[in-house]
Design a protein around this ligand. Sequence first.
Ligand SMILES: C[S@@+](CC[C@H](N)C(=O)[O-])C[C@H]1O[C@@H](n2cnc3c(N)ncnc32)[C@H](O)[C@@H]1O
Length: 460
Amino acid sequence: MPACARATSMTWKSAGKPRTTAVEPVVRNDGMRPEARLEAAIEILDRLETAQSSLEDLMRGYFRERRYAGSGDRRAIGATVYGVLRRRGELDWRLSKAKCRCDNRLRVFFLTTLEHGPGLAEGPHGPELPDEAEREALSAAVLCAMETAPAWARLNYPAWLEGEIAESLGASHEAELRALCEGRAATDLRANTLKTDRDRLAGMLAEEGFATEPIALAPHALRLTADGRADQSRAFGQGLFEIQDAGSQFVAQLTGARQGQWIADICAGAGGKALAMAADMDNRGQIFAIDVDAGRLRRLAARAERAGVRNIQTRRQPAEAGWPDDWRGRMDAVLVDAPCSGSGTWRRQPELRWRMTAEGLARNAVRQGAMLDAAADLVKPGGRLVYITCSFLAAENEKPVTDFLVRHADFSVTPWREAAAAAGVTDLPDADGAHDFLRLTPLKHGVDGFFAAVMTRGLS
Ligand SMILES: C[S@@+](CC[C@H](N)C(=O)[O-])C[C@H]1O[C@@H](n2cnc3c(N)ncnc32)[C@H](O)[C@@H]1O
């Protein structure tokens, strides 16, 4: 009998033919049987283990090939997939305490049992049902109390990260992690000031049935107050807004981008922050948007077109490959929105926590340092270097920045409050004033987790 089983095992039923179970869909438009949905969830979770793409892209591709799956099916399968990823620490700990193998099939059965009770439908398109030993282990795992579980299991992150997390987040790490793992991320919009303003946009969206509220953190930010696909609105098609987390909007302002400046955004991606800076510059001056990923740069170009942005030029190259001579030492500000673990976005992308490895984190740190060195070359005397990640881990935040400052005595830290005030930002988030670096968190600010460090190049 597995270690966790103290009481009588639960009753497991499997029917020879499809039957109604607790996982029966509550919405219509459902072409798939409940057991087929479970099989699909397992397949997606298995694919995710070797995929390079995000869960969102993987699921989009999966359902593109399965047109028979209706919206109800997609929603139910998504709920199981996200549920397993959000609770994987807990599921694995309880399964292993019950001496049960941890694979996606058993995780899905266990989650379904916890959420709906121990009944599973059998059918031609369903997964292989648990055998007797597995049923016994699952029953034991259900009885496993979480009170004695370690933090990584209770808060659902990889066990090896425990020390790093405690060091990075300090005393509030449990509360921060809870907000990151359990909270639901909102959808924020940035009013495109090249075409409209926040109030007018809110009015137009209301007419289209999208209720929003302003967010104090960023002057052009609105938050959707109910679920909805704002990117399918007329206002979106007209380029009146971008979808962008308010935290991302706030940190983009730290470059202090103004009309007529030259700004390099050396990890520009699809241009979330570049487009925000272009609007702050009122299309005057120049943004050089660099990235290694041609697809993202194409998306940036399409977004710029829709937004009426005309002062961004894209360039595909690795940041470390060196710069044209006429860029070096010329930029008013350089933004390094560095590739990182994405730990600050775990609410939206729960798969990221299980993709992290200690080796990957160390590799990121080397790459982040190299990017900062490359960026330094571009900054003019008196200009700004802004380093941003969407991570809460010191290994990819404070560490690369402090190492950079040791290598580059001509740069010094500008406290983020000072940088924000100089950029004309009046609504400052409530963050620990003792720190020169900014940390935004879901717990304290209700946005994705961001880190920002502002450095200024000396004049001589
Ligand atoms: C955090 S994302 C950027 C997000 C973007 N700035 C935004 O606001 O939407 C990091 C980007 O760095 C890019 N990247 C990765 N390695 C790079 C390199 N060696 N040189 C330049 N860009 C790189 C990735 O393709 C990715 O688009």
